[in-house]
Design a protein around this ligand. Structure first.
Ligand SMILES: [Fe+2]
Ligand SMILES: [Fe+2]
Length: 232
């Protein structure tokens, strides 16, 4: 059954899918392949917008409420709030660098790789920390009123990639996501990237990856959808 925490998991699983695809492009730096810079721009552009404008503000609201219920969590929650700002700044840096590359600027591959790898590691660690330290406590401590306040913290969030009314600009990225999904269904053909990132997430996060039923209605983010349906 859908609930705010399972939607929270689902959004993390969506972001992790994108980080997996980004990692695959990074691997091309080490092989003979050519990284798909346009695809990398799409990934970071999405992560810089939907999560930074909707997912993270709702988390900030949830963290503040959670700290009231459990004051001992105040410091780790403050650190996670700070990480939202770092992720946004790192995303800006990476997006700017990738945009320069796609505009024809000559930038050393190693420089692009270092910025992208740092973003990848930092983002994955952030998600894993929330899955391990925050979501289980939020599931236990936040009240229906708290969840309504969380949904109201960043209303109107249309997901331009994972929502059914996705923006045309993300068509190519959606195609890659669908391809990765198909590959993961072929026995013995699970992408190593997915497995590696999955190991970094908690068992709860892994469970959420398969919660297809938790997908929000067209173009509507999870927590907002729950509020509209009176589930929170
Ligand atoms: Fe976060
Ligand atoms: Fe998060």
């Amino acid at each position: 059954m859908s609930d705010p925490v399972s939607h929270w998991h689902t959004e993390h699983a969506n972001f992790s899918r994108l980080l997996d695809i980004l990692e695959k492009q990074l691997d091309a730096f080490h092989g003979a392949g050519q990284p798909n810079y346009d695809l990398m721009v799409d990934i970071v552009s999405y992560l810089r917008h939907f999560p930074d404008l909707h997912h993270h503000p709702r988390e900030d609201a949830a963290f503040a409420l959670l700290a009231k219920h459990e004051p001992g969590m105040e410091i780790p929650l403050q650190r996670l709030r700070q990480e939202h700002r770092v992720i946004a700044a790192a995303g800006d840096d990476l997006l700017r660098t990738l945009s320069e590359v796609t505009s024809g600027a000559v930038i050393a591959r190693a420089a692009v790789e270092a910025i992208a790898a740092m973003y990848l590691v930092y983002y994955r660690h952030h998600i894993a920390s929330e899955e391990k330290e925050v979501l289980p406590r939020a599931a236990k401590l936040l009240t229906p009123g708290d969840w309504r306040a969380v949904a109201a913290a960043a209303p109107g969030g249309r997901d331009p990639l994972f929502g059914n009314e996705s923006e045309a600009g993300y068509r190519e990225l959606r195609r890659h996501i669908a391809l990765e999904r198909e590959r993961s269904r072929i026995p013995g053909a699970s992408p190593p990237h997915r497995a590696r990132s999955a190991e970094r997430l908690s068992p709860n996060a892994l469970a959420s990856t398969d919660r297809g039923s938790a997908t929000p209605p067209p173009g509507v983010c999870g927590w907002q959808a729950l509020g509209a349906r009176g589930l929170i």
